[in-house]
Design a protein around this ligand. Structure first.
Ligand code: WT7
Length: 635
């Protein structure tokens, strides 16, 4: 290709360009054509129902079940092809062909039916990355039930809130997982949680390797039921395109997490297409996505996207640096992984061990690398490119969210778009009408910082916030009326490439995990010693961001190291170990406005040592002086 051509002519080839143009100029036809790549039980009336905007409904009256597209339709040609490889820290492994996975899913579905689970029922899954996690979610979707997976790093209070919000009837869990050679007890958390969740009728427990204590009235053992049930085929539920598939809770700007709702039809199509376009999965690819299925990344790109494409997926239950910092590269070599998807935090955490851990492994099967979850800093990008990508593989820096269902902005090797620009996420995928707006809702200039927006609906978009339609409209369609607002800062350059700069709201990204500052504050103030708190995020060299809290104690409590420890442990036990603190400071008052609102902006400025900016609404300036002093003393 000629060096004289403009950048985007050199690296962006026609399939992308043609599809992108077609997707916006001839949208109806475009989506109709795309939808034909999936199997439908019965056709839809039209592509998009906008009559109740912003509650857009894709492919109304069409009947489709994502599990049919993920499993049943592969039985003819891929029955003996491996769908899932699984391995844990100890090197124990298991694999399931499409045929075997189909059988397991059917048996699990039958067990669920026998437990009284019906279409529309909510079931909470609290499992580590073990094969029964995808099996149970596919089984639920097969019978039209709604899964709500809670990441197994979340703890008791987080589980309680999610069960109660969804009014889940059943919880699926297991005894434990292993992390760095240590047992992490999971069932214990469910035992504590279900004492406070009236909707839960039964707990379905998957036994791992040892005996397990059961509550006779409430717990049922999966293995017992599986033996009794045997392998039977369960008729697939012919769900409507607009029937719920799952709820996945994510953090927002209030303390209460939002139940993001995705439906069968649109989500099927979007995960199917984006997997093809971005990861370019072909029949002989082995796809290794290091994410947990408890997050959207795993929902869309361990389970639904790759399986609908008939791919082979590797899931690994463990951390990247145990027993050694080459655990992942060992797996890449062993399984011949060709497409690898991970997070900037993981890259940074491995960088510190040095590149020698990579060099002993044959990574020559790799052909595409991916990054997701947070902006990737240039240093991490270069390390990844040089050491894992042998200075030649494309890195797809995929920007998207729980709410978007699938990737929105990225390079698309599957469509001939291999662009690599330092720090850029890339161009919007076909169908995605993205832009950058200024505060007043005008298009920002070239390289002017603003808010990323999506100007028309797309099939993978969330269908709503579970049980809270107002919150859906308010959070996503009100800042710029009728236009989807993701809550990230971004710039766009002269070639139309987007650079996502980070969250524009009170949401933290700790190691790529999304967690609201209010959610942490709510837990902090439920500690018996804490009266008030303000939580902010500060940059961290490995995790991207960590939490810092300023805490006011209740009368009768004195600041001490022990109390600090107790509070931090309390957050870990209630919310989860994913909340990593960079500091916790005791103060006697927080900076507030005259109307009593905590001014987190000022807390952040003080902690970051920045100028304070406008303090005219501050009620009591001594609060700032005190915070400054406390921080100086302790850092
Ligand atoms: C938020 C969504 C998307 C799956 C994992 C996270 C940030 C995500 C990128 C990226 C810069 C990114 C954004 C976004 N984010 N990917 N490639 N570059 N930032 O899903 O937990 O819903 O978080 O993650 O801030 O809004 P999520």
């Amino acid at each position: 290709m000629s060096e004289n051509l403009p950048f985007n002519e050199r690296y962006i080839q026609p399939p992308y360009k043609i599809l992108y143009r077609e997707s916006l100029e001839n949208a109806e036809n475009f989506w109709k054509g795309m939808a034909k790549e999936l199997d439908w039980f019965s056709p839809f009336d039209k592509v998009l129902d906008e009559s109740n905007a912003p509650f857009y409904r894709w492919f109304p009256n069409g009947k489709i079940n994502i599990v049919y597209n993920a499993l049943d339709r592969h039985l003819k040609s891929r029955k003996n092809k491996v769908a899932l490889y699984w391995e844990n820290e100890k090197g124990e492994s298991r694999h399931l062909t499409y045929g075997e996975l189909y059988n397991e899913v059917n048996r699990f579905a039958k067990i669920l039916q026998d437990l009284g689970i019906k279409k529309g029922d909510r079931v909470l899954i609290y499992l580590p990355l073990m094969p029964e996690l995808p099996i149970s979610m596919l089984a639920l979707a097969r019978i039209g039930a709604i899964h709500s997976i809670v990441f197994s790093g979340f703890s008791t209070q987080a589980v309680i809130d999610r069960i109660n919000d969804a009014k889940a009837k059943l919880v699926i869990t297991t005894s434990h997982t292993m992390r760095r050679g240590k047992r992490v007890e999971l069932k214990r958390i469910i035992d504590e949680a279900v004492a406070q969740t009236p909707s839960v009728e039964k707990v379905l427990v998957i036994k791992r390797d040892e005996e397990i204590e059961l509550n006779e009235e409430r717990d049922v053992l999966y293995q017992d039921l599986a033996k009794k049930t045997g392998y039977k085929k369960v008729e697939i539920e012919e769900t409507l395109s607009t029937d719920p598939l799952f709820i996945l809770y994510t953090s927002g700007t209030t303390g209460k997490p939002k139940g993001i709702l995705h439906l069968h039809g649109g989500y099927s199509l979007w995960t199917y297409l984006t997997t093809k376009w971005v990861f370019d999965l072909k029949d002989n690819d082995i796809f290794f996505n290091t994410a947990d299925i408890g997050w959207i990344t795993g929902h869309s790109y361990i389970v639904y996207g790759p399986l609908q494409n008939g791919a082979s997926v590797l899931m690994y239950e463990g951390v990247p640096d145990y027993p050694n910092p080459d655990r992942w590269w060992e797996l890449v070599e062993k399984y011949g992984v060709s497409v690898f998807y991970t997070s900037p935090t993981a890259i940074r955490s491995l960088m510190k061990y040095g590149a020698d851990w990579v060099k002993n492994h044959d990574l020559s099967t790799l052909r595409i690398l991916g990054s997701v979850g947070e902006p990737i800093n240039p240093e991490a990008w270069r390390w990844y490119f040089k050491n894992i990508g042998n200075s030649q593989l494309p890195i797809v820096d995929t920007w998207w969210q729980t709410e978007t269902g699938g990737i929105m902005i990225s390079a698309t090797p599957g469509l001939g778009n291999y662009m690599l620009k330092p720090s850029a996420n890339g161009l919007p995928l076909p169908g995605i009408d993205a832009d950058v707006f200024t505060e007043d809702g005008n298009a920002a200039g070239t390289r002017e910082k603003g808010y990323i927006v999506i100007k028309r609906p797309w099939p993978g978009m969330l269908a709503g916030v579970w049980g809270d339609p107002d919150r859906y409209v308010k959070t996503y369609f009100s800042k710029f009326k009728g236009i989807y607002y993701p809550g990230d800062y971004a710039v766009k350059d002269e070639d139309g490439f987007f650079y996502i700069l980070g969250r524009a709201d009170e949401v933290l990204k700790i190691a790529g995990h999304r967690i609201g500052t209010r959610e942490i504050e709510d837990i902090l103030i439920s500690h018996p010693a804490v009266a008030e708190s303000a939580v902010i995020g500060v940059p961290d060299p490995v995790r991207g961001e960590v939490a810092v809290a300023a805490v006011v104690l209740k009368q009768g409590y004195q600041p001490s190291d022990e109390l600090k420890k107790s509070i931090l442990e309390y957050v870990r036990n209630n919310l989860g170990a994913l909340v990593v603190f960079g500091g916790l400071y005791f103060v006697t008052k927080l900076p507030k406005t005259r109307s009593g609102k905590i001014m987190r902006r000022l807390v952040r400025s003080v902690i970051a040592g920045q100028t304070l900016g406008d303090v005219s609404t501050l009620e009591d300036e001594t609060s700032i002086e005190e915070l400054k002093k406390v921080i100086e003393e302790f850092s």
